[in-house]
Design a protein around this ligand. Structure first.
Ligand SMILES: Nc1nc2c(ncn2[C@@H]2O[C@H](COP(=O)(O)OP(=O)(O)OP(=O)(O)O)[C@@H](O)[C@H]2O)c(=O)[nH]1
Ligand SMILES: [Mg+2]
Length: 439
């Protein structure tokens, strides 16, 4: 898919526009536009200037005031800019009106995020998800850009071109092509989703943990620290788009599976979440969430709320969650940190970068992962391979001893599997011993 912001030989110069509405503080407007600047920087743009207009409510035609739009038009020309980026979503009509006045390129926050996603998508799944999100975004804006869209989707859709009926309008045809492409993408994603589901079923007996959190909170760095791995991390937004799962060893007898996920951001548009559902399902099927927080950020509360909002939308807000206050090596204001620890008593403070607090985090994970565990010891005839396999597949064998055609196994497993084991053992099996004990 063609990107709106490509990597031109010359860096594109951008002007950022924010609106401070009644009831919002100057600080939150500043933080928001600073985040937009980081997004623009991540997308490879040079931010030349930021403008915040204070207004009671957004203008329906221009979002900002018309006078302000005219002012921006002259700044645009004066500074030789190439893009104006709005710190919010614009309706298709607002974008069109603004482009007419400014006589230049106008993009909104979602479009910028979509572009970053497109730049950072490397696996097939992420590419399909991003393309779906882009088409979702473009569909209502088609009137403005049907010419190049028809070119884009024609190559990608088999059967789209050539189905043109006589007298049919180009726009309607383009819409239909996009919808066709969207359903092709959706069914490919459904297949991937199905495979993922099967993969997860295979590891049902494992304790699974998902790292969730605001973009740039340090999720990938934390996974690297926990798993002794080297996944890509960067001081850019949305560095990770694909879920990566690693085994994290917690003790000699315990390991858990930890999955890194795409970061969240405030005002994440619904259709974007919908497009990333296949990826985000990793979260839904986890037994525990680690909500990673950048404790050094000036907007901790907004970030925590944004993440909790998305978790609610995904229906994942009832999964047991531990708050991981990360980047404590960068926290200056210790009193703010201790306030935070009061608000979220179930927390661990760490530095994923220097390893501080990681042992406590592992101890907490171990405690949670093993809380339903029991220790079994069983002594059965060697011939009952199926039972022995069941133990190996669903538990962690601590010791085994073979004697006189019998095998004595000591293992730890979830109560659920121990119960299953006891129930499924045939009455005819000569068991010398089976003990199940809580530890
Ligand atoms: N000082 C400090 N920096 C950290 C810490 N953890 C992560 N970082 C830095 O924060 C930046 C973002 O880290 P990532 O691990 O890529 O963050 P992420 O949450 O995976 O971000 P996305 O994948 O973009 O959502 C990187 O530059 C890290 O080096 C920490 O504990 N202390
Ligand atoms: Mg990451």
């Amino acid at each position: 898919m063609e990107q709106i912001i490509q990597n031109p030989p010359e860096i594109e110069k951008a002007l950022l526009i924010g609106l401070r509405l009644q009831g919002t503080t100057k600080m939150s407007a500043d933080e928001s536009i600073n985040e937009l600047a980081r997004l623009a920087d991540t997308a490879g743009l040079a931010v030349i200037e930021k403008i915040i207009q204070t207004k009671e409510s957004p203008d329906s035609a221009y979002y900002i005031g018309k006078g302000k739009a005219e002012e921006i038009s002259s700044i645009y020309k004066e500074l030789g800019l190439s893009t104006v980026i709005f710190d919010n979503d614009l309706s298709p009509a607002q974008t069109r009106n603004l482009e007419n006045i400014i006589e230049g390129k106008v993009i909104d926050r979602t479009r910028l995020i979509l572009d970053i996603f497109a730049q950072h998508a490397h696996t097939k799944e992420a590419m399909l998800e991003v393309e779906l999100a882009q088409l979702n975004y473009q569909l209502p804006r088609l009137t403005r850009m049907w010419t190049h869209l028809s070119r884009q989707t024609a190559g990608a859709t088999s059967g789209g071109v050539g189905t043109r009926g006589p007298g049919e309008k180009q726009l309607e045809l383009d819409r239909r092509m996009i919808r066709t492409r969207m359903s092709v993408l959706q069914s490919s994603l459904d297949k991937i989703k199905e495979n993922r589901h099967l993969e997860r079923k295979n590891r049902e007996n494992k304790f699974t943990v998902a790292l969730v959190g605001y973009t740039n909170a340090g999720k990938s760095t934390l996974l690297n620290m926990l798993a002794n791995d080297h996944q890509y991390t960067d001081d850019k937004l949305f560095a990770t788009l694909d879920p990566v799962t690693r085994i994290v060893k917690l003790s000699d007898n315990h390991d858990v599976l930890v999955t890194d996920t795409v970061g969240f951001i405030r005002n994440l548009p619904h259709h974007l979440i919908a497009s990333f559902r296949a990826t985000l399902e990793e979260i839904n099927e986890s037994k525990m969430l680690l909500h990673v927080i950048d404790a050094s950020s000036p907007s901790i509360d907004e970030q925590i709320n944004a993440v909790n909002d998305v978790l609610r939308q995904l229906g994942a807000d009832n999964i047991p969650t531990l708050m991981v206050l990360n980047k404590i090596d960068m926290v200056d204001d210790m009193s703010a940190l201790s306030d935070l620890r009061q608000i979220y008593p179930d927390n661990i403070a760490v530095s994923a970068l220097n390893g501080n607090g990681i042992d406590s985090l592992k101890a907490r994970l171990l405690k949670t992962a093993s809380q339903n565990e029991v220790e079994i010891s069983i002594n059965i005839p060697h011939a009952y391979g199926q039972i022995i396999n069941f133990i190996y597949e669903n538990g962690k064998v601590i010791s085994r001893e073979v004697k006189d055609g019998f095998i004595r196994i000591q293992a730890r497993m979830d109560q659920k599997y121990a119960d299953k084991l006891r129930k499924n053992i045939d009455k005819d099996v000569i068991i010398r011993e089976i003990n199940i004990a809580r530890t």
